[in-house]
Design a protein around this ligand. Structure first.
Ligand SMILES: Cc1ncc(COP(=O)(O)O)c(C=O)c1O
Length: 458
């Protein structure tokens, strides 16, 4: 009998499943394979963005069309999509209200580097949803985070950024500092980064109030940039009272709290902070804000907005280092207006939240039926299974519970059974179009795959 890994599965079983599922995938997807071969002629790594080759499939799955909770690949398979463009399509693929707003705008000017009639309306809707009065825009959440960091440094006159170990806030270079044996270390995988990020980025473990206090104590931290729930190293929930105490500490040390709600916007129409009564100085929202159109926004408290405006006014004329030409273009503003008005509402969220709870409970049952020491973490419309018995308390624990090979095997096996989940970890998101039957389909596929993984080696 082969030895079991920490997660209760034998490496030999993972290898066997991977080999079998890779063969099945290749046989099921000839058209994707042909398109991947053609793309490799002129696209680096054979894909338009190199991450697209990191899914664990032998070659990239190519999409024909996507609608609601379904993604249809070029080989004619209809897949239940729990990845939803890793939250970009959280309101379902091509929501009709957004498609309509886009088509109405599309023939009347796409981009002008000037506002149109949607700008003020979008600002007012954002203020109403998130409870912060003053807003600016970006094309991606990455850019929004980068710009907020600039504003916070300019507003406070402080240099240091504080983040939680294992965080991800897009490809903002400053955040790629890890805690390794308690010491900050720039991530080795960063390409072409020539600055020493550890001089201006401090990193502590999530849920560690003593660590946070020590890191804030020198009084040089401009802002703490955090997801209210960590979602990018597996999910890590805040312990009860953590954020209330953390907020008080951050305030006491004259630093700002920026909550990146790019993923936790799945908790409700005002994000996790609004749903849980937290009061950050700034909020970042991206991904689904335009119903799938590239756009992002960030909001400031009145105090921070006044400080940021003063910093800009006092600076010499010229480039601020904040903004891009296409930011807040007419098409993006139309998409945000439609999304905020029709989709970011309690009525739309209610069934998503309910169905995600069903999914999380169902997953727990499937995992327990197979006797695996895995846990399920659930927040809002999002759930994640992790290869550890108890929910991780911080990024180090969550990272230690990961196994890329097992993840690849599982994801590929689910894909071959008509279910897509988020790559790079084990996250599933429910959109307004996800049905009970879709959830049942995921649970059944999971049950089948776990049976294969638990079967004795042939
Ligand atoms: C919390 C968080 N912030 C920001 C980003 C960056 O979003 P984008 O890649 O759309 O810039 C991500 C992406 O996964 C994210 O998870």
């Amino acid at each position: 009998m082969s030895e079991l890994s920490f997660h209760g599965i034998a490496p030999a079983r993972i290898q066997a499943l991977l080999a079998q599922e890779r063969a099945t995938y290749a046989q099921r997807n000839p058209r994707s394979q042909a398109l991947a071969a053609a793309a490799s002629q002129h696209l680096m790594f054979g894909v338009p963005l190199h991450w697209m080759s990191d899914w664990g499939t032998p070659f990239a799955l190519h999409v024909d069309h996507a609608q609601g909770a379904r993604l249809h690949d070029v080989d004619g398979h209809s897949l239940v999509d729990f990845c939803l463009g890793d939250t970009g399509a959280m309101f379902g693929h091509s929501p009709p209200v957004v498609a309509q707003a886009l088509s109405q705008r599309a023939s009347r000017g796409l981009t002008a580097m000037l506002p149109g009639e949607d700008a003020a309306a979008v600002g007012a809707l954002l203020a109403q949803r998130f409870g912060l009065p003053t807003w600016q825009f970006a094309m991606t959440a990455t850019d929004a985070n980068r710009f907020v960091l600039r504003w916070c440094r300019a507003a406070t006159g402080r240099k240091v950024l504080l983040v939680f170990n294992g965080c991800y806030h897009g490809t903002v270079d400053d955040v790629f500092v890890d805690l390794v044996n308690g010491q900050p270390q720039q991530r080795d995988s960063l390409l072409g980064q020539v600055q020493d990020l550890t001089t201006t980025t401090r990193v502590v473990e999530f849920n560690d109030l003593a660590g946070l206090q020590a890191a804030l104590a020198p009084g040089d931290v401009a802002c703490v940039l955090a997801e209210p729930v960590m979602t990018n190293i597996g999910m890590v929930l805040p312990e009860p009272g953590f954020w209330e105490a953390a907020q008080a500490l951050i305030r006491r040390h004259g630093s700002l709290l920026v909550m990146d709600e790019t993923h936790t916007i799945s908790s409700g129409p005002g994000g996790y902070a609004r749903a849980h009564g937290l009061q950050p100085d700034a909020v970042v929202v991206g991904k689904p804000l335009g119903g799938g159109m590239p756009c992002a926004a960030y909001g400031f408290s009145a105090t921070l907005a006044a400080q940021a405006e003063a910093a800009k006014r006092q600076a010499p004329p010229g480039h601020s280092g904040i903004g891009t030409t296409l930011t807040a273009n007419l098409l993006a503003m139309a998409a945000m207006r439609a999304t905020l008005t029709h989709l970011m509402t309690p009525e739309v969220y209610a069934p998503m939240l309910k169905r995600a709870a069903t999914l999380a409970e169902g997953l727990k049952q499937v995992i327990s039926r197979h006797g695996l020491p895995w846990c399920v973490t659930h927040v809002g419309a999002r759930a994640e299974f992790q290869f550890c018995a108890t929910a991780p308390r911080n990024g180090s624990e969550a990272g230690a519970a990961m196994d890329a090979e097992l993840e690849h095997a599982l994801h590929l096996a689910l894909l071959n059974r008509g279910v897509l989940i988020t790559p790079f970890h084990n996250m599933m998101l429910v959109c307004p179009d996800t049905t009970d039957a879709d959830v049942a389909c995921l649970l059944q596929a999971m049950d089948e795959v776990l049976s294969l993984l638990k079967a004795p080696a042939a």
